[in-house]
Design a protein around this ligand. Structure first.
Ligand code: FEO
Length: 172
């Protein structure tokens, strides 16, 4: 049985994962409007991954006999100044989510909920990969700078890689 504070924290994370999907779908739409279909496709896949994260929390709360409380999901930002700014915000958001997962691990530990701790370990590992994959795209974008042909090439690579791996980063 879940303790109340653990249940509340799991529900909060369920909301945050769902918001992450909203945010990335909004970003994907903006990228598409900028004639960057490869970046957009990459970001749609990121959003779809967030929905699978949300689903894991949704299922786990029920598996433990808890109550799923679906709160309102905030509307994400709509426009960005540049692709670089968008990916800087993506990385900042993933760092925020990592902090949120770490807080959740602390809450589970303080409640001596070792089962929840084990469940959360998957997310601890996943966040390392999430920050790495977004960070690689960001690093490459910084190198591309104002070079439009390099950006178009990167767009093609991101779109191609998405066909085989949902969180793939462009080839160096
Ligand atoms: Fe579900 Fe990108 O963290």
């Amino acid at each position: 049985m879940l303790k109340k504070d653990v249940e509340d924290a799991l529900n909060l994370q369920l909301n945050r994962e769902t918001f992450s999907a909203y945010l990335y779908f909004s970003m994907a739409a903006w990228l598409n409007s900028q004639d960057l279909p490869g970046f957009s496709q990459w970001m749609v896949a990121q959003g779809m991954e967030e929905l699978t994260h949300a689903q894991k929390f949704y299922a786990y709360i029920q598996q433990r006999g808890g109550t799923v409380r679906l709160e309102a999901v905030a509307g994400p930002k709509v426009g960005w100044e540049s692709t670089l700014e968008l990916f800087e915000e993506t990385l900042a958001h993933e760092v925020f989510v990592t902090g949120s997962i770490n807080s959740l691990v602390d809450i589970a530990r303080d409640a001596s909920d070792h089962a929840a701790g084990i469940f959360l370990q998957w997310f601890v590992t996943e966040q390392v990969e999430e920050e790495e994959s977004v960070g690689q795209v960001l690093q490459r974008l910084r190198r591309v700078g104002d070079n439009p042909s390099a950006l178009i090439m990167m767009d093609g690579e991101l779109g191609k890689r998405m066909a085989t791996a949902s969180s793939a980063t462009p080839a160096e």
